[in-house]
Design a protein around this ligand. Structure first.
Ligand code: GLU
Length: 492
């Protein structure tokens, strides 16, 4: 076989959907795995619903996910143009051929006539299907209808009683009966071809070898195969990937969580986590390991391991994976991702100072283990800002009532005031020294201090916490929580 060429062909009628992203990813992985090429084609023949804004969103989302293409509207290529509305001349040639060979015909039926036919079918308990009324119009009849000012569509002549076989790489052989398909429209009355026609001409002229797309297009495939056959052109291989279902096993929708890629970006998911998660939605690796980079996935990817049954979108798994990637993320990158959330939350100014950035870096380090999404950072900020702390419960309060607490907290405040430079290393040394100096056990220092500083027994490492809070806030918090335990710390 020649070089493998696959394509992702989104309709720019909205932001990139999670299902679309998965189709793009599977095409990308297949291309990378086989040394083939990925083509990005914009299917914008629905003029009313398509927009450049959506196209830009789709391209930006794909790039954010790290999926690159070899040919497309932005990067060009030898098979362009890559937007369907710029390919109308190409389609024309093929339409004329079908019309000349009697494999397609002009249809002048009005909306009302078609609706009437539809209702008639329904009343006979039949699946609505165009009757083929305009198939055999004489030139005179056509002229008459044209003189009435009717604008025709072009319909494809569907051969009767044909079995159409799709040897699908994922689903196995799928068979359709042509009698279930009425003569369908291939060119609308405004002269623009329909999806089913344009896609065939494009896949052929762009020399696409494998069409990997969502299962919802499976019912379009027999129509497309009939067009390939009528034009006498090579039919590509097909692989229809299963639907994505929500956790309740109904079709994935907004009810189940964010559906567009950009929403995941905005919520603070890492693109690597989203891509890893999407790869596992329908494809399964050979071993137990589930955390893979895009490159590693591409090395292993095969259509043979793409499942036939629907994939269930497991939000908990995505969150878990995101946590894994956050923990492996280099701190400067994590801080950079956290910055917009912190600015929006009012914790850092719009033109951050060096001090603010240094502070952010401490915050991110302290929370790296705890974040599930980068956006979660805001939920933790009460740990680090404000002088007042609410003690979680009785058990926590009891820790402050231990005899050792007051002298320890007082000494801590003194040592903290005396510290020349506040940073995690200095705080660590201070705490060690304090434990030794007072002859205490670690648990008589660390746990009560954490409670006194945050109200909670568990939380970020004290060396970071104290460095983030700063000397004054740390001391204020300590004296205020001590008061809640009926104690008074004399601040120096
Ligand atoms: N333009 C179609 C869509 O966005 C994709 C068609 C195809 O892959 O053949 O659903």
């Amino acid at each position: 076989m020649g070089k493998i060429r696959v394509r992702f062909a989104p309709s720019p009628t909205g932001p990139l959907h999670i299902g679309g992203a998965r189709s793009a990813l599977f095409n990308y992985l297949y291309a990378k795995n086989t040394g083939g090429r990925l083509i990005l084609r914009i299917e914008d023949t629905d003029l009313e619903r398509s927009s450049r804004e959506s196209e830009e969103n789709i391209l930006a989302s794909l790039k954010w996910l790290g999926l690159e293409w070899d040919e497309g509207p932005d990067v060009g290529g030898d098979y362009g143009p890559y937007r369907q509305t710029e390919r109308l001349d190409i389609y024309k040639k093929y339409i004329e051929r079908l019309l000349a060979e009697g494999k397609a015909y002009y249809c002048y039926c009005s909306e009302e006539e078609l609706e009437f036919e539809r209702q008639e079918c329904l009343s006979r308990n039949e699946v609505p299907k165009y009757s083929g009324k305009c198939r055999n119009l004489t030139p005179e009849e056509r002229k008459k209808l044209e003189d009435e000012g009717r604008k025709p569509v072009v319909r494809f002549c569907v051969p009767s009683s044909r079995e159409i076989l799709i040897p699908d790489k994922v689903r196995g052989d799928v068979v359709f009966d042509s009698d279930g398909i009425g003569d369908f429209v291939i060119v609308k009355s405004d002269g623009i071809p329909t999806y089913n026609f344009a896609v065939v001409v494009d896949d052929f002229t762009m020399e696409i070898t494998h069409v990997i797309r969502a299962e919802e297009h499976l019912s379009n495939t027999p129509r497309q195969i009939l067009i390939y056959e009528a034009l006498g052109i090579t039919i590509p291989e097909f692989a229809h990937i299963s639907l994505i279902l929500g956790s309740d096993r109904s079709k994935m929708s907004k009810r189940h969580g964010a559906t567009s890629v950009v929403q995941y970006k905005e919520e603070g998911y890492l693109p690597e986590a989203v891509v890893n998660f999407l790869a596992l939605l329908g494809w399964s690796p050979v071993g137990e390991e589930e955390v893979f980079s895009l490159e590693e996935t591409a090395e292993q990817f095969s259509l043979a391991r793409v499942a036939k049954n629907p994939a269930v979108f497991d939000m908990d798994k995505l969150r878990w994976l995101n946590g894994v990637y956050i923990r492996n993320c280099p701190l400067p990158r994590l801080a950079e991702m956290a910055l917009p959330y912190m600015q929006k939350g009012g914790f850092i100014s719009s033109e951050p100072t060096q001090d603010e950035l240094a502070w952010l870096s401490l915050v991110v380090t302290a929370l790296q283990e705890k974040l599930t999404t980068v956006g979660d950072i805001i939920g933790f900020m009460s740990l680090f800002t404000g002088d007042d702390v609410v003690i979680d419960g009785e058990e926590e309060l009891e820790l402050l009532k231990e005899d050792t607490f007051l002298p320890m907290a007082t000494a801590f405040c003194e040592n903290l005031s005396a510290l020349e430079e506040l940073n995690p290393v200095a705080v660590k040394t201070l705490l060690k020294g304090l434990t030794k100096e007072l002859g205490l056990k670690g648990k008589q220092v660390y746990m009560p201090l954490r409670v006194a500083l945050t109200g909670q027994k568990h939380g970020p490492e004290l060396d970071y916490l104290i460095s983030i809070l700063g000397k004054e806030t740390s001391k204020k918090r300590l004296s205020r929580t001590a008061e809640q335990a009926g104690l008074k710390i004399t601040l120096t």
